[in-house]
Ligand binder design. Structure first.
Ligand code: GLV
Ligand code: MG
Length: 294
């Protein structure tokens, strides 16, 4: 799996030391992950490791061993089950010491905090402010469902009995708002039915629509769908570029310094420009180009 992950077209690959590794295999997994990182070779621009959470006996060894052995090849540490800002601060301090000890660039290794419990969710704003290394908040639906005793065993799917509405809306939105308030990325968690690509697409579309930047993938089959769903549609990208052009023209001296102008049947103003900028930024990040205009 590690070998295969090197060639995948994902924005990030992280190697797991946490819940996908049995307790008896933790030490071996740590050694294997450190060796793989030393070797490098991922197509993905960001490579991380998910360490165990601070309530276990493994976290410090995960961080110390992986960074000591391969810190220069590690872009970020995924910290699961973050419940207080101290969890992030503790990791930040440990990383700082390791960077000093091994001559690594100060502050380069980022932190991605998983919010996946009731405690984490109620503290998410303080957590989002806990370290300059923090880059991303990640929702963990499986642990979250367990934490709040949500009925249902299919991760990320509507729990049986909750037929209308979205049982995850509050958690998704709370994390998204905290992320945006602190200039962090918001990433949705995994969809475990790896053979159900349509189910993955359905869930991904929901959080993409809310404003999330991406979603975890557990299987190569989920990657292309994730990339497609989290990029704007060509139509939205083209429309956003039209809005920016029309707004620029209308606000200029030559355009009469008008802040509100009609584009087709729609009135656009400064807020439209801001919305369009978001779409254009996401489209450019996804490598899209505007379709040719006649
Ligand atoms: C991921 O870690 C999850 O708990 O969903
Ligand atoms: Mg989890």
């Amino acid at each position: 799996m590690v070998e295969k992950s090197r060639g995948l077209d994902a924005d990030e690959v992280f190697l797991d030391l946490e819940d996908a590794v049995a307790p008896a295999a933790k030490d071996d997994a740590r050694t294997a992950v450190a060796a793989a990182l030393r070797e490098g070779g991922w197509h993905a621009p960001t490579v991380g490791v998910r360490v165990n959470d601070w309530s276990t006996e493994w976290t410090y060894r995960d961080v110390v061993d992986v960074v000591t052995s391969a810190g220069a090849n590690l872009d970020c540490v995924v910290l699961p089950k973050v419940e207080t800002p101290h969890h992030v601060a503790a990791l930040d301090l440990l990383l700082s010491q390791l960077e000093r000890a091994h001559g690594l660039d100060k502050g380069r290794i980022g932190i991605e905090a998983q919010i996946e419990s009731a405690r984490g969710l109620v503290q998410v704003d303080a957590i989002a402010d806990a370290s300059k290394r923090l880059q991303t908040l990640v929702f963990g639906p499986a642990d979250f469902m367990a934490s709040v005793n949500m009925r249902g065993l299919t991760v990320g799917e509507r729990p049986p009995g909750y037929d209308d509405g979205d049982a995850f809306h509050h958690a998704h939105m709370t994390i998204l708002v905290a992320a945006r308030a602190h200039d962090l990325q918001a990433i949705d968690g995994p969809y475990l039915q790896v053979r159900d690509v349509d189910g993955f697409r359905r869930q991904a579309r929901r959080t993409a629509a809310l404003g999330y930047d991406g979603k975890w993938v557990l299987h190569p089959d989920q990657i292309a769908v994730g990339n497609e769903v989290f990029a704007p549609s060509q139509h939205d990208f083209d429309h956003a570029t039209d809005i920016l052009a029309a707004y620029d023209a209308s606000t200029s001296e030559a355009g009469g310094r008008r802040g509100a102008v009609m584009l087709g049947d729609e009135m656009i103003d400064e807020a439209s420009r801001k919305m369009a900028l978001v779409v254009v930024a996401k489209a450019r990040a996804a490598g899209m180009v505007r379709s040719s205009t006649q």
